[in-house]
Design a protein around this ligand. Structure first.
Ligand code: ZN
Length: 198
């Protein structure tokens, strides 16, 4: 039986995304065994990030500097802006180096059900930023959910006279996908987004 302290630590870890009680126990055991090489560096890294954690005043990313590493990176294409719902979406797109422009995090999506309106999201800041920085193209990279698409159409309207070309992500068949297995929504969107055979 683990002591009460170790059990408490295990329970905290078990609540993290992707970990459950069993993985949490394995992590704790590993940390206890490798006190010098795993536990100490982890503690130092956590304390360091915690002490310097900030939300970027330009894009809404979470980083240890403001402006964040992405906004401060002068090699990025300053004419391209990608709008996402959450920081996790930004990290997913950026982590895979799929987009070389700038980002803007809305902080959520419009939702009548949850009472989330434009004023609860970083919408005014987005519109002001697009006007100020003169982006050539704004990519609305919302989730392919009803709320995501509602948010996208609202933003497209707000940005209509911004001078930027406003684009959206294509929806279609996943690579390797077979028509048989697609849900109706995916099939409908793929049909609607059909294009000439290259
Ligand atoms: Zn930033």
């Amino acid at each position: 039986m683990a002591s009460r302290d170790i059990e408490a630590l295990t329970q905290i870890l078990a609540r993290l995304p992707g970990l459950g009680p069993r993985s949490a126990r394995r992590v704790v055991l590993h940390l206890l065994k490798k006190r010098e090489t795993a536990l100490a560096p982890l503690l130092a890294a956590l304390a360091d990030v915690e002490a310097r954690l900030v939300t970027c005043g330009v894009c809404g990313n979470v980083d240890t500097s403001d402006p964040c590493g992405i906004c401060a990176d002068s090699r990025r294409d300053p004419s391209l802006l990608c709008v996402v719902e959450e920081v996790a979406d930004l990290w997913a797109l950026d982590g895979k180096r799929l987009f070389a422009g700038r980002f803007h995090v809305l902080g959520g999506r419009l939702s009548a059900l949850d009472g989330v309106g434009p004023e609860d999201l970083s919408v005014d800041a987005l519109v002001a930023r697009v006007r100020r920085d003169g982006f050539a193209e704004v990519v609305l990279a919302m989730n392919a959910t009803l709320e995501g698409q509602t948010t996208m159409h609202y933003l497209a309207e707000r940005l209509a006279d911004s001078g930027a070309r406003v684009t959206m992500l294509a929806h279609g068949l996943p690579v390797g996908g077979e028509l048989d297995y697609m849900d109706e929504g995916t099939l409908a969107l793929a049909l609607r987004a059909r294009r000439p055979v290259a």
